[in-house]
Design a protein around this ligand. Structure first.
Ligand code: PLP
Length: 414
Protein backbone atom coordinates (compact mmCIF):
# COMPACT_ATOMS: atom_id res chain seq x y z
CA UNK A 1 0.00 0.00 0.00
CA UNK A 2 1.85 3.07 -1.18
CA UNK A 3 -0.71 5.89 -1.04
CA UNK A 4 -2.54 7.08 2.04
CA UNK A 5 -4.97 9.93 2.48
CA UNK A 6 -2.90 13.04 3.22
CA UNK A 7 -3.42 14.50 6.70
CA UNK A 8 -3.90 17.91 5.18
CA UNK A 9 -5.34 18.79 1.81
CA UNK A 10 -2.96 19.70 -1.02
CA UNK A 11 -3.55 22.74 -3.23
CA UNK A 12 -4.76 22.08 -6.78
CA UNK A 13 -1.80 24.09 -8.10
CA UNK A 14 0.43 21.41 -6.66
CA UNK A 15 -1.75 18.46 -7.63
CA UNK A 16 -2.21 19.45 -11.23
CA UNK A 17 1.45 19.14 -12.27
CA UNK A 18 1.66 15.83 -10.39
CA UNK A 19 -1.24 14.50 -12.42
CA UNK A 20 0.27 15.74 -15.65
CA UNK A 21 3.50 13.99 -14.74
CA UNK A 22 1.58 10.75 -13.99
CA UNK A 23 0.33 10.69 -17.59
CA UNK A 24 3.70 11.43 -19.16
CA UNK A 25 4.36 7.81 -20.04
CA UNK A 26 0.82 6.97 -21.20
CA UNK A 27 0.30 5.97 -24.83
CA UNK A 28 0.46 8.96 -27.19
CA UNK A 29 -3.16 8.87 -28.35
CA UNK A 30 -3.16 12.45 -29.58
CA UNK A 31 -0.24 11.56 -31.83
CA UNK A 32 -2.30 8.77 -33.43
CA UNK A 33 -0.10 6.04 -31.96
CA UNK A 34 -2.83 4.18 -30.08
CA UNK A 35 -4.96 1.69 -32.04
CA UNK A 36 -8.00 1.64 -29.71
CA UNK A 37 -9.64 3.12 -26.58
CA UNK A 38 -10.03 6.62 -28.07
CA UNK A 39 -12.65 7.98 -30.47
CA UNK A 40 -11.44 11.43 -31.34
CA UNK A 41 -13.44 13.56 -33.75
CA UNK A 42 -11.66 16.91 -33.45
CA UNK A 43 -10.91 19.39 -30.68
CA UNK A 44 -14.16 21.26 -31.34
CA UNK A 45 -16.20 18.11 -30.61
CA UNK A 46 -14.12 17.38 -27.53
CA UNK A 47 -14.69 20.91 -26.32
CA UNK A 48 -18.48 20.69 -26.71
CA UNK A 49 -18.50 17.35 -24.86
CA UNK A 50 -16.35 18.74 -22.04
CA UNK A 51 -18.37 21.91 -21.62
CA UNK A 52 -21.68 20.07 -21.61
CA UNK A 53 -20.27 17.49 -19.20
CA UNK A 54 -19.08 20.17 -16.80
CA UNK A 55 -22.39 22.03 -17.04
CA UNK A 56 -24.16 18.93 -15.64
CA UNK A 57 -21.20 17.56 -13.68
CA UNK A 58 -23.03 17.35 -10.33
CA UNK A 59 -26.47 16.35 -11.59
CA UNK A 60 -27.58 12.73 -11.28
CA UNK A 61 -29.44 10.67 -13.87
CA UNK A 62 -30.93 8.65 -11.01
CA UNK A 63 -33.33 11.50 -10.33
CA UNK A 64 -35.45 12.34 -13.38
CA UNK A 65 -37.98 14.04 -11.08
CA UNK A 66 -35.31 16.42 -9.83
CA UNK A 67 -33.49 16.81 -13.14
CA UNK A 68 -36.06 17.21 -15.86
CA UNK A 69 -33.16 18.44 -18.00
CA UNK A 70 -31.38 15.07 -17.94
CA UNK A 71 -34.65 13.23 -18.45
CA UNK A 72 -35.28 15.27 -21.57
CA UNK A 73 -31.70 14.90 -22.83
CA UNK A 74 -31.90 11.12 -22.42
CA UNK A 75 -35.25 10.89 -24.21
CA UNK A 76 -33.90 13.03 -27.06
CA UNK A 77 -30.73 10.93 -27.34
CA UNK A 78 -32.76 7.70 -27.43
CA UNK A 79 -35.08 9.15 -30.03
CA UNK A 80 -32.20 10.35 -32.23
CA UNK A 81 -30.53 6.94 -31.94
CA UNK A 82 -33.73 5.11 -32.84
CA UNK A 83 -34.11 7.38 -35.84
CA UNK A 84 -30.73 6.22 -37.10
CA UNK A 85 -31.46 2.55 -36.48
CA UNK A 86 -34.91 2.36 -38.10
CA UNK A 87 -36.82 1.99 -34.85
CA UNK A 88 -40.55 1.62 -35.51
CA UNK A 89 -43.30 3.49 -33.66
CA UNK A 90 -43.14 0.96 -30.80
CA UNK A 91 -39.37 1.06 -30.41
CA UNK A 92 -37.91 2.45 -27.21
CA UNK A 93 -34.77 2.37 -25.08
CA UNK A 94 -32.52 4.05 -22.55
CA UNK A 95 -29.03 5.34 -22.02
CA UNK A 96 -26.59 3.19 -20.10
CA UNK A 97 -23.01 3.74 -18.97
CA UNK A 98 -21.34 1.68 -21.71
CA UNK A 99 -21.41 -1.27 -24.05
CA UNK A 100 -20.97 -3.81 -21.30
CA UNK A 101 -23.93 -2.47 -19.32
CA UNK A 102 -26.09 -2.37 -22.47
CA UNK A 103 -25.19 -5.98 -23.27
CA UNK A 104 -25.65 -7.06 -19.68
CA UNK A 105 -29.15 -5.62 -19.60
CA UNK A 106 -30.11 -7.10 -22.97
CA UNK A 107 -29.01 -10.53 -21.72
CA UNK A 108 -30.99 -10.08 -18.52
CA UNK A 109 -34.13 -9.17 -20.50
CA UNK A 110 -33.72 -12.15 -22.84
CA UNK A 111 -33.15 -14.47 -19.91
CA UNK A 112 -36.22 -13.20 -18.05
CA UNK A 113 -38.43 -13.53 -21.11
CA UNK A 114 -37.10 -17.03 -21.71
CA UNK A 115 -37.72 -18.08 -18.11
CA UNK A 116 -41.21 -16.59 -18.14
CA UNK A 117 -42.13 -18.45 -21.32
CA UNK A 118 -40.63 -21.80 -20.39
CA UNK A 119 -41.38 -22.27 -16.70
CA UNK A 120 -40.25 -25.54 -15.16
CA UNK A 121 -37.64 -26.31 -17.81
CA UNK A 122 -34.41 -26.89 -15.92
CA UNK A 123 -31.86 -26.60 -18.76
CA UNK A 124 -29.63 -23.57 -18.27
CA UNK A 125 -30.55 -20.89 -20.84
CA UNK A 126 -27.88 -20.33 -23.48
CA UNK A 127 -26.52 -17.36 -25.41
CA UNK A 128 -25.66 -18.38 -28.96
CA UNK A 129 -23.02 -16.28 -30.70
CA UNK A 130 -20.12 -16.44 -33.10
CA UNK A 131 -16.53 -16.81 -31.97
CA UNK A 132 -15.93 -13.12 -32.69
CA UNK A 133 -18.64 -11.75 -30.35
CA UNK A 134 -17.49 -9.48 -27.54
CA UNK A 135 -16.55 -11.02 -24.16
CA UNK A 136 -19.21 -8.82 -22.53
CA UNK A 137 -21.70 -11.59 -23.46
CA UNK A 138 -19.67 -14.21 -21.59
CA UNK A 139 -19.31 -11.83 -18.69
CA UNK A 140 -23.08 -11.26 -18.61
CA UNK A 141 -23.69 -15.01 -18.91
CA UNK A 142 -21.31 -15.60 -16.03
CA UNK A 143 -23.06 -13.06 -13.80
CA UNK A 144 -26.59 -13.97 -14.83
CA UNK A 145 -26.44 -17.76 -14.87
CA UNK A 146 -26.54 -18.46 -18.61
CA UNK A 147 -24.30 -20.66 -20.69
CA UNK A 148 -22.38 -19.01 -23.54
CA UNK A 149 -22.06 -21.04 -26.77
CA UNK A 150 -19.69 -19.83 -29.50
CA UNK A 151 -19.70 -21.13 -33.08
CA UNK A 152 -16.96 -20.99 -35.76
CA UNK A 153 -16.75 -18.11 -38.25
CA UNK A 154 -17.27 -18.37 -41.99
CA UNK A 155 -14.44 -17.87 -44.51
CA UNK A 156 -14.94 -14.07 -44.30
CA UNK A 157 -14.65 -14.08 -40.49
CA UNK A 158 -18.35 -13.38 -40.03
CA UNK A 159 -20.88 -15.36 -37.99
CA UNK A 160 -21.82 -18.49 -39.92
CA UNK A 161 -25.62 -18.88 -39.92
CA UNK A 162 -25.37 -22.61 -40.74
CA UNK A 163 -23.10 -23.23 -37.74
CA UNK A 164 -25.41 -21.19 -35.52
CA UNK A 165 -28.49 -23.03 -36.83
CA UNK A 166 -26.83 -26.33 -35.95
CA UNK A 167 -26.04 -25.11 -32.43
CA UNK A 168 -29.48 -23.60 -31.73
CA UNK A 169 -31.21 -25.45 -28.86
CA UNK A 170 -34.66 -25.29 -27.29
CA UNK A 171 -32.97 -23.56 -24.35
CA UNK A 172 -31.24 -20.88 -26.49
CA UNK A 173 -32.43 -17.66 -24.85
CA UNK A 174 -30.59 -15.22 -27.11
CA UNK A 175 -29.00 -15.18 -30.56
CA UNK A 176 -26.27 -12.55 -31.00
CA UNK A 177 -24.96 -10.83 -34.12
CA UNK A 178 -22.24 -8.16 -34.20
CA UNK A 179 -22.30 -5.02 -36.33
CA UNK A 180 -19.35 -5.09 -36.53
CA UNK A 181 -17.34 -7.62 -34.53
CA UNK A 182 -14.43 -6.13 -32.62
CA UNK A 183 -11.66 -8.51 -33.77
CA UNK A 184 -12.09 -8.24 -37.56
CA UNK A 185 -14.46 -5.29 -37.94
CA UNK A 186 -16.85 -7.22 -40.20
CA UNK A 187 -20.63 -7.12 -39.93
CA UNK A 188 -22.38 -10.43 -39.27
CA UNK A 189 -25.24 -11.45 -41.60
CA UNK A 190 -27.93 -10.03 -39.33
CA UNK A 191 -30.91 -10.79 -41.66
CA UNK A 192 -30.02 -14.51 -41.69
CA UNK A 193 -29.39 -14.63 -37.95
CA UNK A 194 -32.61 -12.74 -37.19
CA UNK A 195 -34.59 -15.11 -39.43
CA UNK A 196 -33.13 -18.03 -37.51
CA UNK A 197 -34.01 -16.45 -34.16
CA UNK A 198 -37.51 -15.53 -35.34
CA UNK A 199 -38.24 -19.04 -36.58
CA UNK A 200 -37.47 -20.31 -33.07
CA UNK A 201 -39.12 -17.47 -31.16
CA UNK A 202 -35.70 -16.52 -29.74
CA UNK A 203 -34.50 -13.09 -28.66
CA UNK A 204 -32.17 -11.55 -31.26
CA UNK A 205 -29.63 -9.01 -30.05
CA UNK A 206 -27.48 -6.95 -32.40
CA UNK A 207 -24.27 -5.74 -30.80
CA UNK A 208 -23.79 -2.46 -32.63
CA UNK A 209 -21.67 -1.02 -29.82
CA UNK A 210 -19.06 -0.09 -32.43
CA UNK A 211 -21.26 0.37 -35.50
CA UNK A 212 -24.46 1.87 -34.09
CA UNK A 213 -23.36 5.46 -34.64
CA UNK A 214 -20.99 4.76 -37.54
CA UNK A 215 -22.58 2.18 -39.82
CA UNK A 216 -25.67 4.29 -40.69
CA UNK A 217 -23.38 7.01 -42.04
CA UNK A 218 -20.92 4.62 -43.68
CA UNK A 219 -23.84 3.00 -45.50
CA UNK A 220 -25.06 6.38 -46.66
CA UNK A 221 -21.52 6.87 -48.03
CA UNK A 222 -21.71 3.59 -49.92
CA UNK A 223 -20.38 0.93 -47.50
CA UNK A 224 -21.58 -2.44 -48.71
CA UNK A 225 -23.17 -3.95 -45.62
CA UNK A 226 -26.56 -5.59 -45.29
CA UNK A 227 -29.34 -4.28 -43.04
CA UNK A 228 -28.32 -4.74 -39.42
CA UNK A 229 -30.83 -2.78 -37.34
CA UNK A 230 -34.59 -2.68 -36.68
CA UNK A 231 -35.12 -2.64 -40.43
CA UNK A 232 -34.55 -6.39 -40.07
CA UNK A 233 -37.62 -8.22 -38.84
CA UNK A 234 -36.87 -10.27 -35.75
CA UNK A 235 -34.28 -7.96 -34.18
CA UNK A 236 -35.35 -7.58 -30.55
CA UNK A 237 -32.64 -5.33 -29.11
CA UNK A 238 -29.60 -3.31 -30.21
CA UNK A 239 -26.69 -1.96 -28.19
CA UNK A 240 -24.99 1.15 -29.63
CA UNK A 241 -22.25 3.02 -27.81
CA UNK A 242 -22.24 6.78 -27.78
CA UNK A 243 -18.78 6.92 -26.21
CA UNK A 244 -17.32 5.21 -29.26
CA UNK A 245 -18.44 6.58 -32.65
CA UNK A 246 -21.05 8.90 -31.12
CA UNK A 247 -17.85 10.80 -30.06
CA UNK A 248 -19.39 11.74 -26.72
CA UNK A 249 -17.90 11.54 -23.22
CA UNK A 250 -17.10 8.10 -21.84
CA UNK A 251 -19.84 6.54 -19.76
CA UNK A 252 -22.50 6.65 -22.48
CA UNK A 253 -24.20 3.92 -24.50
CA UNK A 254 -27.72 3.25 -25.68
CA UNK A 255 -29.81 0.09 -25.48
CA UNK A 256 -32.80 -0.09 -27.79
CA UNK A 257 -35.78 -2.47 -27.92
CA UNK A 258 -38.19 -3.21 -30.74
CA UNK A 259 -41.19 -2.87 -28.40
CA UNK A 260 -42.13 -1.74 -24.87
CA UNK A 261 -42.74 -5.31 -23.61
CA UNK A 262 -39.09 -6.15 -24.20
CA UNK A 263 -38.02 -2.82 -22.65
CA UNK A 264 -40.17 -3.43 -19.55
CA UNK A 265 -38.00 -6.42 -18.62
CA UNK A 266 -35.07 -4.07 -18.05
CA UNK A 267 -36.37 -1.96 -15.16
CA UNK A 268 -36.18 -2.77 -11.47
CA UNK A 269 -38.57 -1.50 -8.79
CA UNK A 270 -38.42 -1.96 -5.03
CA UNK A 271 -40.34 -0.36 -2.18
CA UNK A 272 -40.07 -2.62 0.91
CA UNK A 273 -37.74 -0.38 2.89
CA UNK A 274 -38.19 2.84 4.84
CA UNK A 275 -37.30 5.19 1.99
CA UNK A 276 -40.22 4.14 -0.19
CA UNK A 277 -40.30 3.55 -3.91
CA UNK A 278 -37.03 3.01 -5.75
CA UNK A 279 -36.88 2.48 -9.49
CA UNK A 280 -34.13 2.36 -12.08
CA UNK A 281 -34.38 1.21 -15.64
CA UNK A 282 -30.65 0.48 -15.89
CA UNK A 283 -28.21 -1.60 -13.84
CA UNK A 284 -26.49 1.24 -12.05
CA UNK A 285 -28.10 3.65 -9.59
CA UNK A 286 -26.36 7.00 -9.77
CA UNK A 287 -25.61 8.02 -13.35
CA UNK A 288 -23.26 10.83 -14.34
CA UNK A 289 -25.42 13.73 -15.49
CA UNK A 290 -22.40 14.93 -17.47
CA UNK A 291 -22.33 11.82 -19.67
CA UNK A 292 -26.01 12.24 -20.56
CA UNK A 293 -25.67 15.97 -21.19
CA UNK A 294 -22.50 15.55 -23.29
CA UNK A 295 -24.21 12.96 -25.49
CA UNK A 296 -27.12 15.30 -26.15
CA UNK A 297 -24.81 18.21 -26.88
CA UNK A 298 -22.43 16.34 -29.22
CA UNK A 299 -25.24 14.72 -31.20
CA UNK A 300 -26.87 18.07 -31.75
CA UNK A 301 -23.55 19.80 -32.40
CA UNK A 302 -22.51 17.31 -35.10
CA UNK A 303 -25.85 16.55 -36.69
CA UNK A 304 -26.18 14.17 -39.60
CA UNK A 305 -23.79 16.10 -41.81
CA UNK A 306 -21.15 16.23 -39.08
CA UNK A 307 -21.27 12.47 -38.52
CA UNK A 308 -21.16 11.90 -42.27
CA UNK A 309 -18.09 14.12 -42.64
CA UNK A 310 -16.21 12.31 -39.88
CA UNK A 311 -17.25 8.87 -41.15
CA UNK A 312 -15.94 9.74 -44.61
CA UNK A 313 -12.56 10.76 -43.18
CA UNK A 314 -12.29 7.63 -41.04
CA UNK A 315 -13.19 5.45 -44.04
CA UNK A 316 -10.50 7.22 -46.08
CA UNK A 317 -7.93 6.51 -43.36
CA UNK A 318 -8.88 2.83 -43.35
CA UNK A 319 -8.66 2.55 -47.12
CA UNK A 320 -5.28 4.31 -47.30
CA UNK A 321 -3.85 2.09 -44.59
CA UNK A 322 -5.26 -1.05 -46.19
CA UNK A 323 -3.92 -0.14 -49.63
CA UNK A 324 -0.46 0.72 -48.30
CA UNK A 325 -0.21 -2.43 -46.20
CA UNK A 326 -1.55 -4.63 -48.96
CA UNK A 327 1.13 -3.29 -51.31
CA UNK A 328 3.71 -4.46 -48.76
CA UNK A 329 2.28 -7.97 -48.69
CA UNK A 330 0.15 -7.48 -45.57
CA UNK A 331 -3.44 -8.11 -46.66
CA UNK A 332 -6.55 -7.22 -44.69
CA UNK A 333 -8.22 -10.06 -42.81
CA UNK A 334 -11.75 -10.47 -44.19
CA UNK A 335 -13.63 -7.57 -45.78
CA UNK A 336 -14.25 -4.90 -43.13
CA UNK A 337 -16.46 -2.01 -44.28
CA UNK A 338 -16.42 0.25 -41.23
CA UNK A 339 -13.78 1.68 -38.87
CA UNK A 340 -12.00 -1.46 -37.63
CA UNK A 341 -9.64 -3.61 -39.62
CA UNK A 342 -6.94 -6.18 -38.95
CA UNK A 343 -4.17 -7.30 -41.25
CA UNK A 344 -1.51 -9.97 -41.32
CA UNK A 345 0.29 -12.47 -43.44
CA UNK A 346 0.97 -16.15 -42.84
CA UNK A 347 4.39 -15.50 -44.39
CA UNK A 348 5.35 -13.24 -41.51
CA UNK A 349 5.84 -13.48 -37.79
CA UNK A 350 3.25 -10.82 -36.95
CA UNK A 351 4.42 -10.69 -33.33
CA UNK A 352 7.89 -9.67 -34.54
CA UNK A 353 6.34 -7.14 -36.93
CA UNK A 354 4.34 -5.71 -34.04
CA UNK A 355 7.42 -5.53 -31.82
CA UNK A 356 9.22 -3.68 -34.61
CA UNK A 357 6.39 -1.12 -34.75
CA UNK A 358 6.40 -0.94 -30.96
CA UNK A 359 10.10 -0.06 -31.05
CA UNK A 360 9.18 2.82 -33.38
CA UNK A 361 6.73 4.23 -30.85
CA UNK A 362 3.43 2.67 -31.99
CA UNK A 363 1.23 0.96 -29.45
CA UNK A 364 0.24 -2.28 -31.17
CA UNK A 365 -3.04 -4.19 -30.85
CA UNK A 366 -3.21 -7.77 -32.10
CA UNK A 367 -5.69 -10.39 -33.21
CA UNK A 368 -4.64 -13.99 -32.76
CA UNK A 369 -6.91 -15.89 -35.11
CA UNK A 370 -5.40 -15.54 -37.65
CA UNK A 371 -2.32 -13.75 -36.26
CA UNK A 372 -2.47 -10.08 -37.19
CA UNK A 373 -2.40 -6.43 -36.14
CA UNK A 374 -5.62 -4.64 -35.23
CA UNK A 375 -6.80 -1.05 -35.65
CA UNK A 376 -9.91 0.75 -34.46
CA UNK A 377 -9.57 4.04 -36.30
CA UNK A 378 -10.42 7.63 -35.51
CA UNK A 379 -9.28 11.06 -36.64
CA UNK A 380 -6.03 10.95 -34.61
CA UNK A 381 -4.83 8.42 -37.20
CA UNK A 382 -5.52 10.66 -40.19
CA UNK A 383 -2.28 12.72 -40.09
CA UNK A 384 -0.01 9.73 -39.40
CA UNK A 385 -1.03 7.25 -42.10
CA UNK A 386 2.11 7.86 -44.19
CA UNK A 387 4.35 7.72 -41.13
CA UNK A 388 2.75 4.43 -40.12
CA UNK A 389 3.25 2.97 -43.57
CA UNK A 390 6.86 4.10 -43.88
CA UNK A 391 7.66 2.72 -40.42
CA UNK A 392 6.02 -0.54 -41.45
CA UNK A 393 8.11 -0.67 -44.64
CA UNK A 394 11.24 -0.18 -42.52
CA UNK A 395 10.16 -2.92 -40.10
CA UNK A 396 9.58 -5.36 -42.95
CA UNK A 397 13.07 -4.66 -44.34
CA UNK A 398 14.64 -5.37 -40.98
CA UNK A 399 16.18 -8.87 -41.01
CA UNK A 400 14.85 -9.45 -37.47
CA UNK A 401 11.26 -9.27 -38.70
CA UNK A 402 11.56 -10.63 -42.23
CA UNK A 403 10.79 -14.23 -43.12
CA UNK A 404 11.60 -16.08 -39.92
CA UNK A 405 8.87 -17.41 -37.64
CA UNK A 406 6.25 -17.57 -40.37
CA UNK A 407 2.67 -17.73 -39.14
CA UNK A 408 3.75 -17.65 -35.51
CA UNK A 409 0.90 -16.97 -33.10
CA UNK A 410 0.78 -13.58 -31.39
CA UNK A 411 -0.24 -12.81 -27.85
CA UNK A 412 -3.22 -10.47 -28.17
CA UNK A 413 -3.82 -8.40 -25.03
CA UNK A 414 -5.89 -5.32 -24.20
C1 PLP B 1 -18.35 -5.02 -30.39
C2 PLP B 1 -18.23 -4.53 -28.97
N1 PLP B 1 -19.22 -4.79 -28.11
C3 PLP B 1 -19.16 -4.38 -26.83
C4 PLP B 1 -18.08 -3.67 -26.34
C5 PLP B 1 -18.03 -3.27 -24.89
O1 PLP B 1 -18.09 -1.89 -24.73
P1 PLP B 1 -17.59 -1.15 -23.41
O2 PLP B 1 -16.11 -1.29 -23.36
O3 PLP B 1 -18.08 0.25 -23.60
O4 PLP B 1 -18.23 -1.79 -22.21
C6 PLP B 1 -17.03 -3.37 -27.22
C7 PLP B 1 -15.86 -2.63 -26.77
O5 PLP B 1 -14.91 -2.40 -27.50
C8 PLP B 1 -17.11 -3.82 -28.57
O6 PLP B 1 -16.11 -3.58 -29.43
Amino acid sequence: MSARLPDHGIAWDELRPRMEEAGRHDADWRGGRLPMFIHYAGDDVLDVAKQAYLMYFSENGLGPRAFASLDRFEKDVVSMGLGLLHGGPEACGAMTTGGTESIFLAVKCARDRFLAQRPGGNARPQILMARSAHPAFDKAAHFLGLEPVRTPLDADFRADPAAMRAALMPHTAMVVGSAPSFPHGVVDPIPELAALARAHGTWMHVDACVGGYFAPFARELGADIPDFDFAVEGVTSISADLHKYGYTAKGASTLFFADPDAFALMGYAFDDWPRGQYFTHTLVGTRAGGAIAAAWAVMNYLGRDGYLRIAQRVLNVRRSMQAGLEAMGLPTIGRPELSIFAFGSPQRDMGAVGRGMGARGWTVGYVNDPPGIHHMLNLTHEPVVQQYLSDMAAVLMDPATSAQGRGTAVEAKY
